[in-house]
Design a protein around this ligand. Structure first.
Ligand SMILES: [Ca+2]
Length: 207
């Protein structure tokens, strides 16, 4: 460390750019999510409806699972669970999120954004975050759907709430605004959520 500081003090311009050395042991690496079938999930995850997307990944807690499901009523469910040692197949559900259909006298639609489910450790604390997005609407005309992006970590939930931008031919509905909640101490996670938001914000209908 002393030599490194001295080198900087000498104004060497040819010194290679390197990361600061880690003084503490690095956190357990978090693996990227790997897609799994419903049949590969531990039986202990109380999944309602049909599995839409599911991934497994590891972090400091061990083997994790994130599952998105939907039932015949178009209620949406999301689970983040971590495997426990025994009994075999048992899990601890760290967080469950649901978007119930509620009362809707009009046409109701709800879906998870395809391919939006992922795992990562953007704040490098050894605990994986999992993120995903979904859209839903109760409507009798053509209008943008409500749109939410979620980030779950160790039982905590952070969310962006707003509505998609709907493009219908030459017309464009909605401004893409959102309200963040729960990101106050997690700027890296907010940055990721905003990127995910932008990636799936616009929905083009017809032509
Ligand atoms: Ca993390």
């Amino acid at each position: 460390m002393t030599l490194w500081m001295a080198a900087l003090g000498c104004g060497l311009t040819s010194a290679p750019e390197t990361e600061s050395p880690a003084l503490d042991a690095p956190p357990a690496p978090v693996t990227e999510g790997v897609v799994v079938d419903a049949s590969e999930l531990p039986s202990g995850i109380p999944v309602k409806g049909t599995v839409v997307q599911a991934i497994t990944f590891t972090d400091a807690r061990g083997d994790n699972f994130a599952v998105l499901s939907q039932n015949d009523n178009d209620d949406l469910f999301a689970y983040h669970a971590v495997a426990v040692e025994r009994p075999k197949g048992a899990v601890q559900v760290l967080r469950k999120v649901q978007q119930p259909r509620g009362e809707c006298p009009l046409d109701y639609t709800a879906e998870f954004v395809a391919g939006s489910l992922s795992a990562h450790d953007l704040d490098a604390d050894g605990l994986a975050e999992t993120s995903f997005a979904y859209k839903y609407a109760c409507r009798g005309d053509v209008s943008p759907r409500d749109y939410k992006v979620l980030v779950l970590e160790d039982g905590d939930k952070a969310i962006l709430r707003g509505a998609e931008i709907l493009v219908l031919g030459e017309e464009r509905f909605g401004d893409g605004a959102f309200e963040p909640e729960g990101f106050e101490e997690a700027p890296k996670l907010l940055e990721h959520a905003e990127t995910l938001w932008q990636a799936h914000l616009v929905h083009e209908m017809g032509g």
